[in-house]
Design a protein around this ligand. Structure first.
Ligand code: NI
Length: 136
């Protein structure tokens, strides 16, 4: 028997989607407003889910305080109120799309979780646009 437990989190961050090897027109054609050279912000909503067996001693899959603290240290402290392109090393050479941000978050959290737990990262860039990464 496995149960999925989830924790919601939030961060505000600025980004610009572009390829330096494309001209402005090509970047605008592909990335639209998200390629604005002056950057722009999003209110990112994050749902981190951990799936695993219930520990018979605690009744927990995972202590939610530990998950809360992990998200704060690895994601919120690193990304909140930052310019992702310029201030977060993982995006120095990686376009900070919602897809890539979700993968980066997954890679930052995974080493801190027990091996018998599965990890899923769901990231909302807008209330209507969201991506999910499970490590596959
Ligand atoms: Ni954007």
């Amino acid at each position: 028997m496995k149960v999925k437990v989830s924790r919601k989190a939030h961060f505000n961050a600025a980004h610009r989607l572009y390829r330096p090897d494309w001209d402005d027109q090509a970047n605008t054609d592909v990335f639209g407003k998200c390629s604005n050279p002056h950057f722009h912000g999003h209110n990112y909503e994050l749902i981190v889910s951990v799936t695993g067996p219930i520990d018979p001693q605690t009744g927990f899959v995972m202590d939610m305080k530990d998950l809360k603290d992990l998200i704060r240290s690895e994601v919120e402290d690193a990304f909140d109120h930052k310019n992702l392109n310029e201030q977060v090393p993982e995006f120095r050479n990686l376009n900070p799309t919602a897809e890539n941000i979700a993968v980066v978050i997954w890679n930052k959290l995974r080493p801190h979780l027990s091996q018998d737990l599965d990890l899923e990262v769901k990231l909302f860039e807008t209330p209507r646009n969201f991506v999910t990464y499970t490590g596959n």
